[in-house]
Design a protein around this ligand. Structure first.
Ligand SMILES: *Cc1c(COP(=O)(O)O)cnc(C)c1O
Ligand SMILES: [Zn+2]
Length: 420
């Protein structure tokens, strides 16, 4: 942690000016630190934004770097090897909207990123921090998607990688976490145990020179999720939606989407207006939803048991901030069970031709539940986030998505089968 107190003039974080504690406001020089020395609160990036216009952004590249003036990255970030994530589709989901009884629904489909989840956004920002700090190994504790995103980003950037996952993940996620050539370590334990182990590793000489994207680089990593807010607003014609439904694992993504909307308002890039933020969890790992419904400010850790493994964080670091945002914006946090997750994956596929992973099933399931309970306003413009690709969690639906018939290649056989 010695780097924290030494202002390093060769660092280039663009408009980012400092790290500041989200609890007590103490400021620190930009460094590979993540917790406040005064109160142990989480640190986040503070900025000194220059002028930014819609036109300038619109003329930028069709990836997250069109917003580089709003991110902790150097001005020449585009010229450095990276996966260029972002600018994924915002799909108008009229069939699903009609089926659910909503007037206007969009799906921000982040399965369209290079490694098929929203994690490419956060890793791209953490990669720039790792380069700034001279780290040669990218690392992470992961519920699956992050490990693949880190492996791919490191390969592209010419860095080493060493990623840590719980050993019971889906086969596709294990394969993706390994195929990019870095080191994959599977740990017999939950994600929360993997994460605790990584914190230990940072304190040991084995890992002290590593950039753990979601641990010692977490303040930078987290900023990548702001790009979802920027893109949604720009793709709606520079407008913030009335309601947004976001999956919650650690809660980082939801927290930073809210930060992104507030920045756009402050910078005058969108009109100031109220918006409601809803969090989505799986019943088998719903510590934030449970706290929300009980009216608590504190999130009680749980031991996860759900098919939505990418959301299976039992002790979510940003849980209390999710509660704050849900309450401040008049939103909420809801959960659905595994059966509802599978039904929702199939509903989204059948109505919009989008095959989501289990996290997407959780989000669509919660959208349905909130609509049916009258919590969501059916007349309001609603955006739903699909954060990952169904090909990574095939087992969730494989037993139900089967051939209608298995026949010999003959008309007679087809007629017989078709008649049934
Ligand atoms: C990591 C992840 C999330 C949630 O991320 P947090 O920022 O930790 O809340 C959502 N969906 C998918 C598919 C993920 O991999
Ligand atoms: Zn503090």
């Amino acid at each position: 942690m010695a780097l924290a107190s030494t202002a390093n003039t060769s660092l280039d974080f663009g408009p980012a000016s400092a790290l500041s504690c989200r609890e007590c406001g103490t400021r620190y020089d930009l460094g590979p630190i993540f917790a406040c020395a005064e109160c142990f609160g989480p640190l986040e990036v503070a900025y000194d934004f220059g002028p930014v216009t819609r036109e300038e952004i619109a003329a930028g590249p069709t990836n997250i770097w069109r917003y580089s003036k709003l991110l902790p990255v150097p001005g020449n970030v585009e010229t450095r090897p990276n996966l260029q994530p972002g600018w994924t589709k915002l799909v108008k989901a009229d069939t699903l909207a009609t089926e659910l009884g909503l007037r206007s629904l969009y799906i921000k489909d982040d399965s369209g990123n290079p490694t098929h989840s929203f994690k490419d956004r956060v890793v791209a920002i953490a990669l720039e921090a790792a380069r700034n700090f001279g780290f040669h190994t990218l690392s992470c504790s992961s519920t699956g998607n992050l490990a693949g995103a880190v492996g791919a980003a490191a390969a592209r950037a010419g860095l080493d990688s060493c990623v840590f996952i719980p050993s019971d993940l889906e086969a596709a996620k294990i394969t993706m976490a390994s195929v990019y050539g870095g080191r994959l370590v599977a740990i017999e334990g939950t994600y929360d145990e993997v994460n605790r182990f990584c914190s230990e590793l940072i304190g040991d000489e084995l890992g002290e020179k590593w950039g753990f994207v979601n641990v010692n680089l977490r303040p930078y990593y987290a900023e990548g999720s702001k790009t979802l807010a920027y893109e949604i607003a720009e793709q709606l014609g520079w407008r913030i939606p009335d309601q947004i439904v976001i999956p919650v694992a650690s809660g980082s993504q939801l927290t930073k989407i809210d930060k992104g909307f507030r920045e756009l308002i402050k910078l005058g890039l969108v009109e100031d207006k109220p918006y409601r933020v809803f969090g989505a969890q799986a019943e088998g790992c719903s510590p934030v939803s449970t706290a929300y419904k009980a009216g608590h400010d504190v999130v009680q850790p749980v031991k996860p048991d759900t098919i939505a493994k990418s959301l299976a964080i039992g002790n979510p670091a940003d849980g209390p901030y999710v509660l704050d945002i849900a309450r401040r914006t008049g939103g909420g946090v809801e959960d659905v069970n595994d059966r509802e997750v599978v039904d929702a994956i199939r509903l989204l596929a059948r109505t919009e031709g989008i095959f989501a992973e289990t996290a997407g099933g959780v989000t669509v399931g919660v959208l349905r539940k909130l609509t049916e309970s009258g919590t969501l306003d059916p007349e309001a413009e609603t955006v739903l986030l699909n954060t990952g690709d169904g090909l990574k969690t095939l087992d969730a639906v494989a037993a139900e998505a089967r051939p209608a018939a298995v026949i010999r290649p003959s008309l007679a056989a087809f007629r017989t089968a078709f008649a049934n």
